[in-house]
Structures are given as structure tokens and as C-alpha cells.
Design a binder for this molecule. Structure first.
Ligand SMILES: C=C(O[C@@H]1C=C(C(=O)O)C=C[C@H]1O)C(=O)O
Length: 438
């Protein structure tokens, strides 16, 4: 049985092997739907994990800090043949956007924050697929690791998993009226000077004509969104949180930190005007300023791109400013997450007022949407901001989309922006025959 937050003395044993494969996702045809998945096509990184050798949960923001700090250490795992260099993870998971407990039962399985170390982890390396197996260091731990590696070696396909291309009919519903009323309320608060920016989100319910095939959805997400991180986190239940996000919260390797401001959006046909738009530029710069000031206590030599560039995705274009820094001595990825999350790209300015406004008026349990999701371990950490995502159970998907509201925003335009942002997930779910109810 996997243990939640086990005693400090608990240790795991791990072993590795290398296969001839090319695609960790193809393992799903023999090992089933992964419990965790992470792919960055731009750098050729792909990782899939099955089962849960260990689970660490946190129930509050303070506990998150404590748990995340322990996950970066290698002390708890005894590697039979040394730590594999450049292994992503082995801990994968995420946390809620808000500091409050779930109010929507659909998020209960994912909890406040949850990281797992899979029983089997497969990731792409230059010439093949590397596999690690983990087990508790109890009597028989090494044998269990060897048998897991053997089973994987005997059955792992060496082909690439291509989506089969079947189309799933989707029935969609989301209330436009409610969303636009909330955006108008946000504009009143902005005009009254209570807040300068707030990111309002809404849910879109999508019901498929058959249960969603999560492996197919992952395969389509990565194919259709090569500049994003495709991710999946499946907790104990059959409920999975997955998506393809363009936004990184932080990537840490040694003392090198990379982050970014991603805010300001336009339809692909209107990208030309994005850089010159006063509204989009204000929305973007508020995120840049926040990140630079949030990094000051934890990092030095902070540099940002002189000008935002355009990040062009299939359905939407964003303004992006890359930011790099060197972490101060002893600063952990946990402290970086605590310093940055939530940035005004998904929260607002001033931060506490905007979060209070969302708590009161958004009428949505965001769950892990817009929270940090990713991996952490001895080779560093990568936490993305969980956007363009959905919580999927059977034939039901709850998608989440949001947009930044500043002075000059219009409720109708923000609705359209969120519609545009929903397309990536809808297309991956397989929608073509889309019927709408508002
Ligand atoms: C909130 C979302 O996206 C964020 C909001 C953006 C904006 O308002 O321009 C752009 C990118 C993201 O930081 C979302 O995709 O749900």
C-alpha cells in the first residue's frame, strides 16, 4: 500500500534499465492509462509514470512548502546503480490555485496538493527510453524493483503512439451571461480603484458521446500543442486532470532559474496589434513587475527580455517576457513556488485584493487549474501553470478558461478570449460535432 506522508525513516529502493523505444506514451498500450504524464515537445522531453510507489500530500500552503522541500532530496531513495542523470522527477504532482480547501467534490481526489512517485517511470533519452522502478525498501524491495523492470522490458512497445483519430461528439454548456456579469463586476471594482487587474475564469462542461480515452486525448494534446507542456495527473480515483499549457511558473536546475510573464492575448489573425495595444501591454507589464519584485528575496542577477515577444499557439497568441535569475544560496524550488504563485497572469494586482475578489465573486472552485503542476527531484524542478486544462471523469470533462481584466476590458471580448482558449482542450477531447447550450 502506498503511504501518505510516511515516517521520516521510510526509504525506497530504485533501479533502472534502458529500452529501444522512442515514446513513453506508447507504454500505455500494455501498462494502461498513466498515473502521471509530462511532455515538452520543443525539447524532446516526454515522461510517463504508472502506479504510485509513494504519495505525499499537503493540506495547507504551509505544508506544501514543507513537503516540496523534502522531495528535492535524494536521501530517501537508494539507487541500485546510481541516480540516473537528467531524470525528470521522480515526484510528479501539483496543488490548488487557492489556499482554501476544495468546495467542489470533483476535486477531492486531487486534494489540496499531491505528489506521487510512480512504481514505474519511463522517459525519453537521446537513443531510447529509460525506465526506473521504485519500491519500498522493505524486505523484498529490490526483488520487486527487478520484477517491475523485467515486466516493462518484456512488453514495452518500441513504436510511437499516434492518435487513432476517432471523433467524439461533445455537448457543451457554460453560462455566458453569468461570466459577463462577473466581468462587469470586476470592471466596477477596477474603476472604483479597489483592484487594477483580476483574472476571471469560468468552467465549460463537455459531455462526450462515449467515455474519453485519456491516452488518445494526451496524444492529440501533444500533437496539436507542440509549444506547450502536455500534462496529466490522475489521483486514486478515475478522475484525471490534464491539459497543454503554454506557461511555466519556474524551471530550476542547480541555482539557475527560468520563469516568464505570459499575459496579453489575441486571436492569431490579430497578433500584429498585440504588442502595440495599450490595454494588453498594461496587462502584461503588471505581471513582469510582479515577478521581478517577487524574485528579489530569493534570487540575484535577475534579467528580463527587453521587449515582450509573441508566443504563437494554434488558437491564440500571447505576449511573453522571458525572465532568468540565479537563486540565492540555499533557496529551494519550494521557496520559488511560494514566492511566485499566483502571479497576476492568473490572479491579479494587488495580489491579496484580487484573490479576495475572486474568492467572493468568481463562483468557481478552480481546483488545480491555474495552480503549479510539474515535477521535482534531484535534477531540479519544473512547475508549469496548469492552464488550457480539464478535469475528466468518464464521459464528462470540466474545462477551465480565464482572461485578465484591466481597465478598458469588455465583457464580450473577454468571453471571446476564453472561448478561443477553450479550443485547444476541446479539439483534444475530440469535439467536432459541437452543440452549444448557454
Ligand atoms: C488564465 C488563462 O490564461 C492566462 C491569461 C492570459 C491573458 O489574460 O491574456 C494569457 C495567458 C495566461 O497567463 C487561461 O488560459 O485560462
Amino acid at each position: 500500500m502506498p503511504m501518505l506522508n510516511p515516517e521520516k525513516a521510510q526509504r525506497w529502493v530504485a533501479g533502472t534499465t534502458t529500452l529501444n523505444g522512442v515514446d513513453p506514451l506508447s507504454g500505455a498500450s500494455v501498462l494502461g492509462v498513466p498515473s502521471v504524464y509530462w511532455e515538452r515537445p520543443t525539447v524532446g522531453q516526454a515522461v510517463a509514470g504508472w502506479g504510485e510507489a509513494a504519495v505525499r500530500e499537503a493540506r495547507s500552503a504551509a505544508e506544501v512548502n514543507e513537503v516540496l522541500s523534502t522531495l528535492a532530496s535524494r536521501a530517501e531513495i537508494r539507487w541500485m546503480e546510481g541516480v540516473p542523470k537528467g531524470m525528470p522527477g521522480p515526484w510528479f504532482g501539483g496543488m490548488r490555485f487557492a489556499a482554501s480547501a476544495p468546495s467542489d467534490a470533483r476535486w477531492e481526489a486531487h486534494g489540496f496538493a499531491r505528489w506521487t512517485m510512480p512504481e514505474v517511470l519511463a522517459w525519453r533519452v537521446g537513443t531510447g527510453v529509460k525506465v526506473a522502478a521504485f519500491a519500498l525498501e522493505d524486505a523484498g524491495g529490490e526483488d520487486l524493483v527487478r520484477s517491475r523492470l523485467e515486466r516493462v522490458r518484456a512488453s514495452f512497445p518500441d513504436s510511437y503512439y499516434h492518435p487513432k483519430g476517432g471523433v467524439v461528439g461533445l455537448q457543451l454548456s457554460s453560462s455566458r451571461q453569468d461570466f459577463e456579469a462577473r466581468v462587469s463586476r470586476a470592471l466596477e471594482a477596477i474603476n472604483a480603484g479597489c483592484i487594477q487587474k483580476v483574472v476571471m475564469a469560468r468552467a465549460v462542461e463537455a459531455v462526450g458521446s462515449a467515455p474519453f480515452d485519456l491516452v488518445e486525448v494526451l496524444a492529440r494534446l501533444r500533437e496539436q500543442n507542440p509549444r506547450c507542456v502536455t500534462f496529466l495527473f490522475r489521483a486514486k480515483s478515475e478522475t484525471a486532470f490534464l491539459g497543454a499549457t503554454p506557461e511555466t511558473l519556474c524551471r530550476v536546475e542547480g541555482r539557475t532559474l527560468e520563469t516568464e510573464a505570459l499575459a496579453g492575448s489575441a486571436a492569431p489573425g490579430q497578433a500584429e496589434g498585440l504588442g502595440g495595444s495599450d490595454k494588453e501591454s498594461r496587462e502584461h507589464q503588471s505581471v513582469v513587475r510582479y515577478i521581478l519584485s517577487a524574485l528579489r528575496p530569493v534570487a540575484e542577477h535577475v534579467t528580463a527580455d527587453a521587449e515582450p515577444s509573441l508566443l504563437t499557439l494554434k488558437n491564440v497568441v500571447h505576449l511573453r517576457t522571458g525572465i532568468r535569475a540565479e537563486l540565492r544560496e540555499g533557496v529551494s524550488p519550494a521557496q520559488v513556488v511560494a514566492a511566485l504563485h499566483p502571479t497576476p497572469a492568473v490572479g491579479g494586482v494587488p495580489r491579496e485584493h484580487a484573490l479576495g475578489f475572486l474568492h467572493e465573486h468568481e463562483a468557481l472552485d478552480r481546483g488545480w487549474y491555474a495552480g503549479p503542476v510539474g515535477w521535482i527531484g534531484p535534477s531540479g524542478a519544473h512547475m508549469a501553470v496548469a492552464l488550457r486544462s480539464a478535469l475528466v471523469t468518464g464521459a464528462h470533462a470540466r474545462l477551465f478558461v480565464g482572461a485578465g481584466i484591466v481597465q478598458g476590458s469588455s465583457a464580450e471580448a473577454e468571453w471571446r478570449e476564453t472561448e478561443m482558449k477553450s479550443l485547444a482542450m476541446l479539439r483534444a477531447l475530440g469535439g467536432s460535432d459541437v452543440r452549444r447550450e448557454s
